[in-house]
Write a protein of this length. Structure first.
Length: 155
């Protein structure tokens, strides 16, 4: 019975942190960026928040995850983040998943899959060997935000 409680508690924490990532995605949307947000937490504390800045910085590598990893490393004073969890609204691309691997992030939690450009399609083994992945947290909210953004571009 205790295991069920832990899983329920973890689910609640994951949803709380994903809401913070969704708030970052909304900031990206307000700035005309693809609405993807990321939060990195370490030992229950948010150490980094970020959103896509590729248009703002004119930099194809300025994805939410990359910005968050850099900010977390700066905040914690080291390039490795094994005790940290990345919460991101959309499945990381291969570049971002590679950065998660190099940073040795202990856990990656994402909202919705990216069928076209997600790492699971192109580089399923790129994460650190000890990393765990949880997919589908607040999936519908994350998916709808992306769907609305891209359907708005096509109108």
């Amino acid at each position: 019975m205790m295991k069920m409680t832990q899983n329920n508690e973890q689910r609640q924490i994951d949803e709380q942190m994903m809401r913070k990532a969704l708030a970052e995605a909304q900031q990206a949307l307000a700035q005309g960026e693809v609405p993807i947000g990321a939060v990195i937490a370490c030992k229950g504390r948010v150490v980094a928040r970020a959103h896509n800045l590729t248009e703002t910085l004119c930099d194809v590598t300025a994805h939410a995850e990359m910005q968050a990893i850099t900010a977390a490393a700066n905040m914690l004073g080291g390039k490795y983040l094994p005790e940290c969890t990345l919460y991101v609204t959309v499945e990381p691309c291969p570049m971002c998943a590679g950065a998660c691997g190099w940073a040795q992030l202990g856990r990656i939690v994402y909202g919705t899959r990216d069928e076209k450009r997600g790492y699971e399609r192109f580089a399923p083994n790129v994460l650190h060997a000890k990393a765990t992945v949880t997919a589908g947290v607040l999936e519908e909210e994350c998916r709808q935000l992306m769907k609305d953004f891209f359907s708005g571009l096509r109108e």
